[in-house]
Design a protein around this ligand. Structure first.
Ligand SMILES: Cc1cc2nc3c(=O)[nH]c(=O)nc-3n(C[C@H](O)[C@H](O)[C@H](O)COP(=O)(O)OP(=O)(O)OC[C@H]3O[C@@H](n4cnc5c(N)ncnc54)[C@H](O)[C@@H]3O)c2cc1C
Length: 499
């Protein structure tokens, strides 16, 4: 064998030795992965947490015709106020704590209520509250516009998004409330009113982030922005330096369009490193309409992500790939392409288990302290932690139950757990310790997820809650609009206040 052949053989053998183990590993993940996303639960039966056992009795699909829907809902609300029943409201039911369910009550399925129109000059989208981002993003993309603030996935409805006051990768932004110009609200008397910063201002601030407790949001006027192009630029930091480096990279930087971070969950250096990814604006004259393509979602990305479950090798592999290859492999992508990703690309396909989210809002300067405090908690409980994403949120100027009272970093944690009471209890214990860690750093937790916080933790995180629920009682004395979030946290507070 000549030298050239020998060299070629050695190179091939070395290549196979490097590539074969991850390829075999991912093939095995693929073999065990379900072939299709799980069917979403029907409204009022469960939500994205897949852990609720209490159901609504009757689902009312709301008409897609606005005039008909208003007649239908006004009559229903008036009747319910008289009969003493309860109505819960469901968008895409991606909350996880029964926020869309009132046991044995009526649930409104808002999804058909999804019509929209755009005033391009004023950059205002008028949209039915049942419309999902997966409908809105393509609509705006046809017209050269994009959503200003939304979550990282496109599955959610406008009504559900503004009722939790969501936020995403839009750096240096307030939550979505800041992009709401006004909305029409069906109130517990059956009347319809307009709420904005100048009309019915108190209800405006209570309904945004108000978890469906003050009425049904109908049409919403949302400010939108121009569609544009970004390319990802990663920066590697220690969590202790995250706040300083993040601000150096993003403050007053017109070239940064969006930004997010990830904290390492791989056992090789658990929570010791982080990546800040800037999505930097790409100037040029590329077309900003019709930027969405029919490109199939990447199976490889899913396998790398799901491969972390139950496998230290899988978690280390994912971190290595993210660090060395980035998540978008240097591609130039439009804002709409980035925001149009469905959550089920990565979600569990195993009916016996579920993926659970937590989010902690930590004052920006104390992020490193929270990481220090939470690390030993993870090491104590050993949960199946798949991801920690970080995004900054500017102080919220609009909502009553605000979680961003100062600039905060939102740390989004994704866990995988069996759908059993024992696993739920273990998750509850872990959650309470993490909430204590967040509270000790002057932070708080996000409310759309599992109702594991104690009443005392809820009050410490949201000291405005007693007044919030007193106002709920004032605007809705018959308790027409209620759900499990209200039953878990609001009703006990009102009962205590009445004693
Ligand atoms: C995979 C996943 C990823 C997520 N990512 C993010 C993220 O990046 N950022 C973030 O901030 N959050 C995130 N969330 C949380 C998500 O934003 C909320 O759960 C949001 O409520 C989902 O919208 P929805 O349409 O499913 O709302 P639902 O779950 O249907 O409803 C949520 C609340 O809004 C009320 N509501 C719904 N529609 C109306 C209406 N028309 N009028 C009055 N009240 C109404 C409901 O009664 C309920 O209390 C994520 C959740 C999941 C499951």
């Amino acid at each position: 064998m000549n030298k050239a052949k020998l060299l070629l053989l050695l190179v091939c053998a070395a290549f196979a030795a490097v590539v074969a183990p991850p390829a075999l590993f991912l093939a095995n993940v693929w073999r065990h992965d379900g072939s299709a996303p799980l069917t979403a639960p029907a409204p009022g039966t469960d939500d994205a947490g897949h852990m609720n056992t209490r159901h609504s009795a009757r689902v009312i699909p709301v008409s897609s015709d606005p005039a008909e829907a208003e007649r239908q809902l006004s009559a229903l609300v008036r009747q319910t106020a008289i009969s003493g029943g309860h109505i819960s409201i469901s968008g895409a039911h991606h909350s996880m704590g029964g926020h869309t369910i009132y046991p044995d009550g009526v649930v409104l399925d808002m999804l058909p209520f999804n019509r929209m129109s755009l005033d391009a000059e004023r950059r205002i989208l008028t949209v039915g509250a049942g419309a999902r981002w997966s409908e809105i993003v393509p609509y705006l993309d046809q017209r050269g516009f994009a959503v200003s603030v939304m979550q990282t996935n496109n599955d959610f409805s406008v009504g559900g998004s503004i009722s939790v006051n969501c936020h995403g990768w839009q750096n240096d932004s307030q939550p979505i409330c800041s992009t709401v110009e006004s909305f029409r609200l069906l109130i517990p008397t059956g009347d319809i009113i307009r709420c904005s910063r100048t009309e019915n201002q108190e209800l405006f601030s209570l309904v945004l982030g108000g978890y469906g407790l003050f009425g049904v949001i109908l049409q919403v006027e949302l400010r939108v922005v121009a569609n544009e192009y970004y390319v990802a630029e990663p920066h590697f930091v220690k969590p202790a330096d995250y706040n300083r480096v993040y601000h150096e990279l993003t403050r007053n930087r017109a070239d940064v369009g969006m930004a997010y971070g990830r904290i390492n969950v791989a056992p090789s250096s658990f929570m010791e490193n982080a990546i800040i990814t800037l999505l930097k604006r790409v100037p040029g004259d590329r077309p900003t309409t019709q930027t969405l393509t029919d490109e199939k979602p990447s199976l490889l990305k899913r396998l790398v992500f799901r491969g972390g479950i139950g496998s230290d090798y899988g978690k280390n592999l994912r971190w290595w790939l993210e660090k060395n290859m980035g998540e978008t492999a240097g591609k130039v992508l439009s804002r709409n392409q980035i925001m149009n990703e469905p959550a089920n690309l990565y979600s569990s396909r195993d009916p016996a288990s579920t993926d659970i989210l937590h989010e902690y809002f930590i004052p920006a300067a104390r992020l490193g302290e929270f990481v220090e405090k939470s690390r030993p908690i993870f090491l104590k409980y050993h949960p199946e932690l798949l991801n920690i994403t970080v995004r900054n949120v500017e102080p919220d100027q609009d909502t009553f139950m605000r979680y961003a009272r100062e600039e905060v970093f939102g740390l989004v944690l994704l866990f995988h757990q069996p759908r059993t009471p024992a696993a739920d209890e273990a998750m509850a214990a872990l959650t309470r310790e993490l909430i204590d860690a967040a509270l000790a750093c002057g932070g708080r937790y996000y409310l759309p997820y599992r109702p594991h916080a104690t009443a005392a933790q809820f009050l410490q995180a949201y000291p405005q809650a007693p007044e919030f629920f007193a106002k709920k009682r004032q605007y809705d004395p018959n308790g027409v609009f209620e759900n499990l979030f209200f039953l878990n946290y609001g009703q006990p507070l009102l009962a205590a206040a009445a004693r």
